[in-house]
Design a protein around this ligand. Structure first.
Ligand code: SF4
Length: 684
């Protein structure tokens, strides 16, 4: 143990999962000595998980990028900032001259702050002249934004995490917070230990499923049918809030007509769950006084993910548990901290900051006046469309901020082909990721522990991010990188500091008009909407009415449709992908934690019956093939998965699980169908 004194402590926000814990980062000799949870933080209340506390070794990893790299004669070589910017300026000018602004696209990042995301979308629109800017919410919670907006009016969860403290029944769907959102997982566990009932809808037997009163262990891809079966029972048995439905909701008759076909005994065959369990789940939820719904990517990452969110929102509406005093609402668990913020800030192809439609001329005009740059009118390309456009030659230049799309996106062979097809690729990153290896220019970036700004966590809370360390070498934060590139392209983006950028965003987006660094420093976290400097923010939404056009909560009569990918004789098993406790996304940060064995390799979770049939023992190499690719992993037998199903996470480049996942996407938002891939297994 090192007992020398700590030189400084900085209070900041964890950059890993969507909980957004407040952490105290203790620094000695310009290195991190320890990270501890902030004792009085409202989100984490003195708790933090293994990632937030210990996974900071990446900050001084030997392979951190410390200077720009540019491709010369096919190889990435060290360069000065001036050389890198000069190359970007020349290549961009040539592409613009030959192909126009539609040849450009930018992928922004949940690892970047709000201010960086704000500047990234402004850079794409004002400097590149395109609305083709998107962020990784496309891969996870785009269906939440679409589904919750359609149901209630705004693209965020309806309530605060704190409202779970009074829930007497929690419906947890498609989420394993014990591993992916540990502080929320612990909060749910506490509620259950204090008497709340728990219904879990999940194909896997997670820790919380083991504690549940009812575990609806449904077939992957059957969520919509399951939620409709629960809604059927609520209506049939009168377990609905009649006054709420009459006064505040629309669409009951259409939904009731649809639900005739979703009696539990009919749905049982679709979801492979006994009808009595569906009935028990519905009754538990229906008889509770303060039900809460918490869900994750197991609901959204499907070919009909938006339908899944709408069907889940139906349950909240039927019970009147949204927009009413004391209600517990519906909460999407965002995968990464600031994936909410990246979308809030307008890093989306069809929406400007604050979810204002780019197609609306009044919004464009107001934004253009503040920016002193025109805003393109045509909505841009989503991430999957960017890849298709690159391969077909319509997209020539791709700018990627802090995302390793060669590991995190589905059908990675397609992603690599898209990168190879681009004339020019720029990446900002901490490390030479697989994606950066395809780039023409790689710029060394700062991590969340080295930058200034704000994040928005999964319950719409703006929180401050403060630098505990200086970035190494010539690395700088994405905010400065974007300013430097825009300057090289001859565009002044204005807002020279993160604080000024948030102020400018507040002047454009009414939802955030009352948020500023100064206020966050003085008052602590603020929930959006926060429409004026004197307003406190809204932890609970819709108390004064829903933000839909009708002013009512909208029930959705969306029929169940089967997944995009289907098993057959050639690919008889189903792969579900997800996360592990110890790692964050592509693992580039958490895997660089020395002296701690934070889960050193990925495994393929296989049910013992399947393992026996296939002759697989623990640790045996297994070749997994799908219609899109192949990967080799180590088998791990566990009853956490159902027979015929396997599970793996996407944290390790060696276990290239997204070589297997398909190009099927949610038909509303383009979110990939990560949760259902038909595969075949063979001993390797
Ligand atoms: Fe908190 Fe999530 Fe960070 Fe863990 S990873 S410390 S739960 S924000």
């Amino acid at each position: 143990l090192d007992h020398r004194p700590i030189s400084r402590t900085t209070t900041t926000t964890c950059g890993y999962c969507g909980v957004g814990c407040t952490l105290d980062v203790h620094v000695r000799d310009e290195g991190i000595a320890a990270v501890t949870p902030h004792r009085t933080a409202p989100v984490n209340r003195g708790h933090a998980c293994v990632k937030g506390r210990f996974a900071h070794g990446f900050t001084d990893a030997a392979d951190r990028l410390t200077e720009p790299l540019v491709r010369r004669h096919g190889r990435l070589e060290r360069a000065t900032w001036a050389e890198a910017l000069d190359l970007i300026s020349h290549r961009n000018a040539r592409i613009r001259e030959r192909h126009g602004p539609d040849a450009f696209a930018l992928i922004s990042s949940a690892r970047a702050t709000n201010e960086e995301n704000y500047l990234a979308q402004k850079f794409a629109r004002a400097a590149l002249g395109t609305n083709s800017v998107d962020n990784c919410s496309r891969l996870c919670h785009a269906p939440s934004a679409a589904g919750l907006t359609a149901a209630f009016g705004l693209a965020g969860g309806t309530n605060s995490l704190d409202d779970l403290d009074r829930a007497d029944c929690i419906l947890l769907a498609g989420a394993n917070p014990t591993e992916a959102h540990p502080v929320v997982g612990a909060r749910i566990k506490q509620r259950v230990l204090h008497g709340a009932r728990l219904v879990v809808v999940d194909p896997r037997r997670t820790e919380l499923a083991g504690l549940a009163d009812v575990h609806v262990r449904c077939k992957p891809g059957s969520n919509v049918a399951v939620f409709h079966a629960l809604a059927h029972v609520l209506l049939r048995e009168g377990l609905v809030d009649e006054e709420f439905l009459r006064e505040r909701a629309s669409g009951r008759a259409e939904l009731a007509a649809l639900l005739h076909d979703y009696a539990p005994d009919l749905v049982s065959a679709v979801c492979d769950v006994p009808a009595r369990e569906l009935l028990s789940a519905a009754r538990l939820f229906g008889h509770s006084r303060r039900p809460a719904i918490v869900y994750g990517l197991g609901v959204t990452e499907h070919a009909h993910g938006t339908d899944g969110v709408r069907a889940l929102a139906n349950l909240a509406i039927l019970r009147g548990s949204v927009g009413e005093p004391g209600c517990c609402g519906i909460l999407p668990l965002r995968g990464q901290n600031n994936v909410q913020g990246a979308s809030d800030m307008g890093a989306l192809p069809d929406l400007l900051p604050g979810y204002q439609a780019v197609a609306d001329p009044a919004v464009r005009d107001r934004t253009a006046r503040i920016w002193r740059h025109p805003v393109p009118a045509e909505p841009g390309r989503r991430i999957p469309q960017m890849f298709d456009a690159a391969i077909s030659g319509r997209l020539r230049a791709l700018h990627v901020i802090g995302e390793d799309i060669c590991q995190s996106d589905p059908d990675t062979a397609h992603v690599r082909e898209a990168l190879r097809s681009c004339e020019f690729v720029v990446c900002h990153d901490l490390f030479l990721s697989r994606t950066a290896q395809h780039a023409d220019v790689v710029l060394p970036a700062a991590s969340f522990l080295e930058k200034e700004g704000t994040f928005v966590n999964f319950d719409r809370r703006f929180q401050r991010v403060r630098p505990a360390l200086n970035p190494p070498g010539e690395a700088i934060d994405d905010f400065q990188i974007l300013h430097r590139i825009a300057g090289a392209l001859g565009t002044d983006l204005g807002c020279p500091t993160p604080s000024a950028a948030l102020d400018e965003c507040a002047s454009i987006a009414p939802l955030f008009a009352g948020v500023s660094h100064e206020r966050l420093d003085r008052e602590g976290p603020l929930h959006w909407p926060c429409r004026a400097p004197g307003e406190p923010g809204e932890p609970m939404l819709y108390l004064d009415g829903f933000a839909t056009r009708s002013g009512r909560a909208e029930l959705a009569a969306v029929p169940y449709r089967p997944p995009g990918d289907a098993t057959d004789d050639e690919y008889p098993m189903t792969l579900v992908t997800g996360r592990r406790l110890e790692h964050y996304n592509t693992g580039s940060m958490t895997r660089r934690t020395p002296d701690l064995r934070l889960l050193p390799e990925e495994t393929l979770d296989v049910h013992p019956e399947d393992a026996a049939r296939l002759g697989l023992s623990d640790g045996a190499a297994v070749r997994v093939t799908s219609r899109w690719g192949a990967a080799v992993l180590s088998a791990r037998t566990t009853r956490a998965v159902r027979p015929g199903e396997v599970f793996a996470a996407f944290h390790f480049p060696e276990a290239e699980i997204n070589a297997l996942t398909s190009s099927h996407t949610d038909d509303v938002t383009g979110c990939p169908e990560f949760k259902v891939t038909a595969v075949d297994l063979r001993p390797a």
